[in-house]
Design a protein around this ligand. Structure first.
Ligand SMILES: *Cc1c(COP(=O)(O)O)cnc(C)c1O
Length: 407
C-alpha cells in the first residue's frame, strides 16, 4: 500500500502524464534510465516506417528525399534546444568516446602552445582511455616524445588549483557516473577560463534531465550520450557541442568524408566543411539517429526546470526513506545529500551490494551495481512516480534484511 502522502505527491506532479509516453513492462520499477533510457511509445512505429518505407521502398533516394543526410544536424539542433545551445552548435554522431577524442584533439589544436591536459581522476574510464590514446598518438615519434603532452589526473575538489598557463584543456564529467556528484557548470568553466584553459564537459548523465544553459554558462566544448536520458536506444549516437566562436579554428583528426566541405565531389584531399559538419566522420547510422530523434522529441515535451525539481525531490525522498531504515541494515548514503550537488541519481553503499542488486532486480526493482560496493539508482524524472521510490525502498529494506543474519 502506498502511503497517502506519497500519492499526494504523484497527484500534484506536473510531469506525471509523460510517463504514458514510454513503454514499460508492467510492475517493473526501472531505476536504470541513466544506463539505458526506456523505450518511447512512438519509437517502434517510427522505426518501422523508416525501415519499411524509407529503406524498403525509397532505398538510396532516401539520402536526399527523406533527408537522411541531414539527420546528424537536424537531431543536433533538437539536442541544442535541450541543452541551451544555438542551432548549428550540436551534431549527433558517433559514440561519446569518439566524440570526446575529436573534441579533445580540437581543444589541443585551439591551444597549440599548451601541453597540459587535466582530467578528473574519477572520470568515467572511457574518457580517460581515449585521452591516453590521443596523448600517445600525438607523442609518438617526436623528439622528447614523452614530454609532448601531459595527462594529469586530480580529484574533482582540487582540479581547479591545478589549472595554469600551460593547461590546454580541463575535462570534467558534469555528473559523476557512480556518486552522482554534480559540478557547477558555469563556475568551473569560468574559473578555468581565467587561465585561458578550455573546459570539455561530458554531459552523459545530465543532458535531458535539467536545463543546462550551455551558452549562458559560457561552455565551449561538450559531449553527451544519446541512449541514457535522451532515450535514443541501445548504441544510438551521442552528440558533441562546440560553441560558434570556436568552430572556424577548430580541427579534428578523424577527417572522414562526411566532414568534407563537399563529400560528393570525391576530391583527393580533405577540406573541412565550413561548419560543425567537419566534426562528422563516416556515414551516419540512420536507424539509431531516427530512434534518437524520437527520444529527443519526447524530452522536448517536458519543461526541464520541472524535471530538475522533480529529480531533486525523488532523490530527497529516496534518501529520507533510507534514513528512516534500521541502521543495523548497514546501508550508507554514498551520493551528495545536498540536492544542489546531486544529479538525477542516488547511490548507497552496502557490504553485500553485489548480492543485493541481483535480488532487487529479481523482485522488479532495477538499478545497478558498481564495484566495489555501490548500489546505484537512476531517477528519470519523466518516467518515475514518487510511489515507485517508496516501493523501491520497501523492497530494498526486505532484500537487505534477508542479507543480515538476525542477532
Ligand atoms: C555512458 C557514458 C559514456 C559512454 O560512452 P560511449 O562511448 O557512448 O560508450 C561516456 N562517458 C560517460 C561519463 C558516461 O556516463
Amino acid at each position: 500500500m502506498t502511503p497517502a502522502w506519497i500519492e499526494t505527491l504523484d497527484a500534484a506532479d506536473p510531469l506525471a502524464p509523460l510517463r504514458r509516453e514510454f513503454l514499460l513492462p508492467d510492475g517493473l520499477i526501472y531505476l536504470d534510465g541513466n544506463s539505458l533510457g526506456p523505450l518511447p511509445r512512438r519509437t517502434p512505429e517510427i522505426l518501422r516506417r523508416v525501415v519499411e518505407e524509407e529503406w524498403g521502398d525509397d532505398l538510396i533516394s532516401s539520402w536526399a528525399d527523406n533527408d537522411w543526410i541531414g539527420l546528424p544536424q537536424r537531431v543536433g539542433d533538437k539536442i541544442a534546444r535541450l541543452i541551451g545551445a544555438r542551432p548549428g552548435e550540436v551534431v549527433a554522431a558517433d559514440s561519446v568516446s569518439v566524440n570526446l577524442f575529436k573534441l579533445l584533439a580540437a581543444a589541443l589544436s585551439l591551444r597549440p602552445d599548451r601541453r597540459k591536459i587535466l582530467f578528473e581522476a574519477e572520470s568515467f574510464p572511457t574518457d580517460l582511455y581515449m585521452a591516453e590514446g590521443l596523448v600517445d598518438l600525438l607523442s609518438r615519434g617526436r623528439d622528447g616524445s614523452a614530454a609532448a603532452y601531459r595527462l594529469q589526473r586530480c580529484s574533482h575538489e582540487k582540479i581547479l588549483d591545478e589549472v595554469d598557463e600551460d593547461t590546454a584543456v580541463v575535462c570534467l564529467n558534469h555528473i559523476h557516473y557512480r556518486t552522482g556528484y554534480l559540478h557547477d557548470l558555469a563556475q568551473m568553466t569560468a574559473a578555468a577560463r581565467e587561465h585561458g584553459a578550455l573546459v570539455l564537459w561530458d554531459l552523459a548523465h545530465s543532458a535531458g534531465t535539467m536545463p543546462l544553459g550551455l551558452n549562458d554558462a559560457g561552455v565551449e566544448l561538450a559531449v553527451g550520450c544519446g541512449y541514457k536520458f535522451l532515450n535514443g536506444g541501445p548504441g544510438c549516437p551521442g552528440f558533441l557541442y562546440l560553441a560558434k566562436p570556436l568552430q572556424e579554428a577548430a580541427r579534428q583528426p578523424l577527417q572522414g568524408w562526411m566532414g568534407h566541405a563537399d563529400p560528393f565531389a570525391f576530391e583527393g584531399s580533405y577540406r573541412p566543411s565550413a561548419d560543425l559538419s567537419r566534426f562528422l566522420c563516416g556515414t551516419p547510422p540512420i536507424l539509431g539517429l531516427v530512434a534518437l530523434e524520437a527520444g529527443c522529441d519526447l524530452v522536448l515535451k517536458a519543461d526541464l526546470g520541472q524535471a530538475r525539481r522533480k529529480a531533486r525531490r525523488l532523490g530527497d525522498l529516496f534518501l529520507d526513506l533510507v534514513d528512516g531504515l534500521d541502521p543495523a541494515l548497514g546501508l550508507e548514503v554514498a551520493c551528495p545529500r545536498d540536492a544542489d550537488r546531486r544529479g538525477s541519481q542516488v547511490c548507497l553503499r552496502h557490504p553485500h551490494a553485489h548480492a543485493v542488486m541481483p535480488e532487487l532486480i529479481r523482485r522488479g526493482v532495477v538499478g545497478d551495481f558498481r564495484p566495489p560496493d555501490i548500489l546505484r539508482f537512476g531517477l528519470s524524472p519523466l518516467v518515475l512516480r514518487y510511489r515507485d521510490i517508496s516501493r523501491a525502498v520497501e523492497v530494498l529494506e526486505a532484500v537487505v534484511r534477508a542479507q543480515v543474519p538476525p542477532e
